[in-house]
Ligand binder design. Structure first.
Ligand code: ZN
Length: 184
């Protein structure tokens, strides 16, 4: 069969459109799958990150004492919406004055140029197991928060609050996709 040039061009364009369509569909599916399986591969699920910072290597001098920082955490927690009150019962918030370990970062697939501000570890409520012997922990990394916010106390408290809410959302079994939608 002989095809005219016009037909060839149309056929070619159709093929390109089809390839793009398949690629778009596959991308969407992959994205959805990743969102659905957000927690699947992560024994201690992480995160609250900020980009554009390189991973620190040397020991860091902290701007605030542990006590002063704890106080900021307390201030930040005062502002947590009342709806979450009930969820606090089995969750402890700890401050780490150290950076997260490299092993933890690897486990959570945190890219080298991302700051890890906080981490939730425990079993999320929606997974159905709730054991008093398996405590739910939220760890806030003071060096990372200070790196991101500088010395501005208001900014630090706002960021702590945001990070805690994000990790609390993990406790509630929320996916990152859903969190993004509600601004966490
Ligand atoms: Zn997260």
């Amino acid at each position: 069969m002989q095809l005219s040039d016009d037909h060839r061009i149309i056929l070619f364009l159709l093929l390109v459109a089809l390839l793009f369509g398949v690629f778009w569909w596959w991308n969407r599916r992959a994205g959805k799958w990743l969102a659905d399986n957000d927690r699947a591969g992560e024994p201690a699920d992480p995160v609250e990150r900020a980009s554009g910072e390189s991973l620190p290597r040397a020991a860091t001098r902290l701007r605030y004492s542990e006590v002063a920082f704890q106080e900021m955490v307390a201030n930040a927690l005062d502002d947590i919406p009342k709806e979450f009150d009930r969820e606090w019962k089995n969750v402890a918030v700890l401050v780490s004055t150290d950076w997260p370990s490299l092993a933890d970062r690897r486990k959570m697939n945190i890219p080298d140029d991302h700051l890890l501000l906080g981490m939730y570890s425990g079993i999320s409520r929606t997974e159905g197991v709730r054991s008093e012997s398996a405590p739910h922990l939220i760890v806030i990394y003071q060096p990372a928060i200070e790196r991101l916010c500088g010395g501005d106390q208001t900014r630090i408290e706002r960021q702590i609050r945001k990070t805690v809410l994000h990790e609390l959302a993990h406790h509630l079994g929320m996916s990152h996709e859903r969190m993004r939608k509600v601004g966490l």
